[in-house]
Design a protein around this ligand. Structure first.
Ligand code: PMP
Length: 447
């Protein structure tokens, strides 16, 4: 059975698709935070289908609403009124602050960011867009240029009008920045912070230069940022940086777009949206992944005034806000509330972060532990006190071993040396203890 799956995978699916682990895992079933492979072996899923399964695998309420909706009205497209899309639009926008009350439903994070680019350009009449080096915003042809990392670049011309700021990474970046990030755990790479973060100020100066030297006539369309970088390795920015970046894009007449694809829907614990930790209210919010617990659902939310810019020409997609997708979206919002999952993210996430920090103090190959709530990164290094990334072969061995011991972890960062922990938000303290025990055992065996 396993060999047949592998054969089909190799022969019939695009070779562009990669698989995790030295021997790909073939999964058959999911339940809450647990996954079962084709041989019935159980794993604790600490990566949630790439930070996507927010309320748990195969949640009975989602199964129920999908079954019910599918047998009532499966698809009509958004050219007709149907109750679910309207009910969902009300419920979703109620979660957003200020004037963020108009939603455009799409099907993936890339599509949401692509639309946000169009929206920003149509509304401002400006063209240029700024994002972070090391950011990941998706991989459609245009969004690939917003995603600023050579790992995902092909030798083809990039889309025009995209400029990149130095990544304000307080661990790996050139200025460090201890005691600067919004996390229960601080980096050991300190900077001499007084009342304001020096690293943050330096990175903002660099951002200002990006505008100064690239943007003609002081007019830009948008600045895009993830509230915590996800694929880039759970990278956090110095405190106050995002507020500064927000003010800067405003002074250039552009929009602030918050990519909440990973950091939204309560994952960071303290707040429902990641941007809240930075004290800004964006002009546009893009969301996907956790919004649908794995169902292809995504959205762009903006203000009524900005939304009007999309009436300058027709804009359409077939599936956005489809009745089943909307029913799932509503159920996810309800489950988050009923099961108190944001609070659980905060409690279990903080506990996990503090326990991982204890491991960092024991094992020199852990260079940095960071994140907030259940959006956690563990950066693996050579262990000589430098920030040199751990050798990929050793990283793979360690990661494989965690899997063999029953815990699935994600991987990310430019060098692929950051463990990413983003489980379904129903994980328990007991699961956190199991994860720590497995990581500790794998570290002891290998390093
Ligand atoms: N933005 C962020 C922050 C993401 O992490 C991702 C996916 N990893 C995307 C956008 C793109 O989402 P999708 O894969 O659904 O197109």
């Amino acid at each position: 059975h396993y060999d047949d799956l592998l054969k089909t995978r190799k022969g019939r699916l695009s070779p562009a698709l990669t698989t995790y682990y030295s021997k790909p895992l073939a999964l058959h079933q999911g339940h809450k935070q647990w996954l079962f492979d084709v041989d019935g072996r159980r794993y604790l899923d600490m990566f949630g289908g790439i930070c996507t399964v927010s309320v748990g695998h195969c949640h009975p309420k989602i199964t129920e609403v999908v079954t019910e909706q599918l047998s009532t009205l499966g698809h009509v497209s958004n050219i007709y009124l149907h109750t679910k899309i309207h009910e969902y639009a009300e419920k979703l926008t109620a979660k957003l602050p200020g004037e963020l009350k108009v939603v455009y439903f799409v099907n993936s994070g890339s599509e949401a960011n692509d639309l946000a680019i169009l929206l920003a350009r149509a509304y401002t009449g400006n063209f240029d867009i700024i994002s972070f080096r090391n950011a990941y915003h998706g991989l459609t042809c245009q969004v690939m240029s917003l995603t600023a990392t050579s790992v995902y670049r092909y030798p083809v011309p990039q889309s025009p009008g995209f400029y990149y700021a130095m990544n304000p990474d307080v661990y790996r970046g050139i200025w460090g920045g201890g005691a600067c990030r919004d996390s229960p755990v601080q980096t050991t790479r300190t900077c001499s912070c007084g009342s304001q973060c020096i690293a943050g100020i330096n990175y903002l100066k660099q951002l200002e230069e990006v505008y100064q030297y690239n943007i003609p006539k002081g007019r830009a369309a948008a600045f895009f940022a993830e509230s915590i970088q996800g694929v880039g390795g759970t990278v956090q920015y110095p405190k106050n940086y995002i507020k500064g970046a927000f003010d800067l894009i405003k002074s250039y007449g552009g929009l602030y777009v918050a990519d909440e694809v990973q950091s939204g829907f309560g994952r960071t614990g303290e707040h429902f949206w990641g941007f809240e930790m930075h004290g800004v209210v964006p002009d546009v919010v893009t969301m996907a992944k956790g919004i649908g617990n794995g169902f292809p659902l995504a959205a762009v939310v903006t203000t009524p005034e900005i939304a009007k810019a999309l009436t300058k020409a027709q804009h359409f997609n077939t599936y956005g806000g489809n009745p089943i997708a909307s029913a799932v979206g509503i159920a996810v919002l309800e489950i988050l509330e009923d099961d108190d999952l944001q609070e659980n993210s905060k409690q279990v996430g903080t506990y996990l972060l503090l326990e991982l920090e204890k491991l960092r103090q024991r094992f020199s190959v852990i260079g940095d532990v960071r994140g907030k709530g259940l959006m956690i990164g563990v950066e693996m290094v050579t262990g000589d006190g430098s920030t040199t990334p751990l050798d990929p072969g050793l990283m793979l061995k360690f990661w494989d071993r965690c899997r063999d011991l029953g815990v699935l972890l994600g991987k990310g960062g430019y060098f692929g040396n950051v463990l990413r922990i983003k489980p379904p938000m129903c994980v328990t303290k007991h699961d956190a203890d199991f994860t720590i025990a497995v990581i500790a055992q794998a570290l002891e065996e290998i390093f």
